[in-house]
Design a protein around this ligand. Structure first.
Ligand code: NAP
Length: 231
């Protein structure tokens, strides 16, 4: 049985990824900042014995280090770096007005944390049959797509794309596939109710893309529908 580790698993796309992978028989290590507050995720874990819930604040190095103890000597087949933040309020992340502290925090969570989690789980990934590290990025991080809004968020996603591309060649030699996936414009707390697709639809699409990834794809930037995305 494959083991999937997901960050930011308590709500939004992360929660639906847990639900989708668990219902298709995979074992899910679902990580979130505050397990005691994660009602929906806890209910899922009570219904299913293939879902376990653990505390993880991806912005806290000691919390990420503790993840190694949670995983122990188990193999991780898929690491999904899903946790993310939108950054400072819309009007405070642009040319006229930038909240620099908020930008730094956005980088810490969206760009640096995925690498830190990957470093922590690298040995566990290398043990799997078809190990994949998947980072939920955004079309807004594509250099080739001009959306002149949300400078902090867009730059943090563009940077994580680059970081994962940089890591890909060395990981490929260890058999680990690197993928950056755009989940669509999704009706979550981040995307808002007016977004285009439900978290369930996004997660189902992402799962089928993740299931189809092989080392030949690495590194890739794809959409939740499986189309190649411009870098
Ligand atoms: N929604 C969209 O349209 C859209 C589009 C493109 C990309 N994305 C990306 O998709 C991913 C999921 O987004 P979403 O739409 O599901 O957003 P969401 O509903 O706002 O959920 C964000 C998740 O990230 C977690 N998180 C934030 N900071 C964290 C930290 N320091 N440690 C651990 N977990 C943390 C949140 O946990 P708490 O509950 O503890 O805050 C929550 O579980 C993000 O990477 C986002 O950038 C979303």
């Amino acid at each position: 049985m494959e083991t999937i580790l997901i960050t930011g698993a308590n709500r939004g796309i992360g929660l639906e990824l847990v639900r989708g992978f668990a219902s298709s028989g995979r074992h899910v290590i679902a990580c979130c900042r505050q397990p005691a507050e994660a009602g929906d995720l806890q209910s899922l874990a009570e219904e299913r014995d293939n879902v376990e819930v653990h505390a993880l604040d991806v912005g806290d190095p000691s919390s990420v280090a503790a993840l190694a103890g949670v995983v122990g000597d188990r193999s991780i087949d898929v690491l999904i770096n899903n946790a993310g933040i939108a950054g400072p309020s819309f009007q405070h992340q642009g040319l006229a007005d930038m909240d620099y502290e908020g930008w730094a925090e956005t980088f810490a969570i969206n760009t640096m944390a995925p690498l830190r989690v990957l470093q922590t789980l690298r040995a566990s990934l290398a043990n799997g049959a078809n190990p994949r590290v998947v980072t939920i990025t955004s079309q807004m991080g594509a250099i080739g797509l001009d959306m002149p809004v949300m400078f902090a968020y867009c730059s943090s996603k563009g940077a994580v794309n680059k970081v994962m591309r940089l890591a890909a060649p060395e990981l490929k030699r260890e058999g680990i596939t690197v993928a950056l996936l755009h989940p669509g414009f999704v009706q979550t707390d981040m995307g808002g109710p007016g977004a285009e697709i439900t978290p369930e639809a996004s997660a189902q699409g992402l799962i089928s893309v993740i299931d189809g990834l092989t080392l030949d794809d690495s590194p890739c930037f794809k959409t939740w529908e499986g189309n190649d995305h411009v870098w």
